[in-house]
Design a protein. Structure first.
Length: 127
């Protein structure tokens, strides 16, 4: 028997994923913590697929990859019949002019890099 009601667990998980998509990048740590809260065993194939996408901004991904992430979230949490249908309902704004060579469409999330990111970008550009 759980001390925390199922409804509160589901609300915490929904809030976590909504926040993740608002921040503009995928976080494998949040994903794993939500799975632990839901007492869900994440299939190895899903973890293997999502792990390299940790902290990758959605606006650098193809639309199909963002859809695959949403599908992995839905598949993982549907094991416990959790109501996470909101994941499919998350609407990201796609820009018409993709800036990435391999991107089908760019996601327009307006995420501003912090000072450390800017220094790293400048360092990489100088190489």
């Amino acid at each position: 028997m759980s001390i925390i009601p199922q409804e509160l667990k589901e609300e915490a998980i929904r809030t976590c994923f909504k926040t993740m998509f608002r921040k503009g990048y995928f976080c494998i740590i949040d994903f794993k913590q939500c799975a632990e809260l839901a007492d869900v065993l994440v299939p190895h194939e899903i973890l293997t697929f999502l792990s390299p996408l940790h902290c990758v901004y959605f606006n650098t991904m193809k639309k199909s990859l963002v859809s695959a992430i949403k599908e992995c979230i839905t598949l993982t949490f549907s094991q416990e019949n959790m109501n996470l249908g909101f994941v499919d309902g998350i609407k990201l704004q796609y820009a018409k002019d993709a800036k990435f060579e391999d991107a089908e469409e760019e996601i327009n999330i307006n995420v501003q890099p912090d000072k450390g990111d800017i220094k790293l970008i400048k360092l990489l550009e100088s190489i």
